[in-house]
Design a protein around this ligand. Structure first.
Ligand code: NI
Length: 138
């Protein structure tokens, strides 16, 4: 859809704005408008995760594949949640360690349940859910 851009004027504490601009420069933001828009979207994404609509995200796991049943357990859990898994990729980091990325789309409740099941499995050294968005509402 075509997007209409509006200009707005905001009153802010001078030091607050200076700190914001310093942060944006450090993060290499091209414009203050992009930085403000990202802040607003971040807030909306947080709300999506709290309000129970449809969300997207990635689950990252690191584990030693020699661990007893760890591969079988992670596979079984992912089959239980196949409806919300779009893709997964397994990369062999070294002789022992694997990193796996699972891309998900579904209700926040299901996605969190899947992420919790995977990361609390015995043998998983690191587990993380990156809460993203389907992007439909922004
Ligand atoms: Ni591997």
């Amino acid at each position: 859809r075509m997007k209409t851009i509006v200009r707005l004027s905001v009153s802010l504490d001078k030091e607050l704005l200076a700190a914001f601009d310093r942060r944006n420069r450090a993060e290499r933001y091209p414009t203050r408008s992009k930085a403000v828009a990202d802040l607003i979207r971040e807030k909306l994404v947080k709300h999506e995760w709290e309000s129970g609509g449809e969300v997207a995200g990635t689950i990252t796991l690191v584990y030693d594949h020699h661990g007893a049943n760890v591969v079988e357990t992670l596979t079984r859990i992912q089959h239980d949640f196949h409806r919300i898994i779009l893709a997964s990729q397994h990369i062999h980091l070294d002789h022992n360690n694997c990193i796996e990325v699972v891309v998900v789309k579904g209700s926040p409740e299901d996605v969190k349940r899947l992420a919790d099941s995977l990361k609390t499995s015995k043998g998983v050294k690191f587990g993380n859910l990156s809460m993203a968005t389907t992007g439909k509402k922004m």
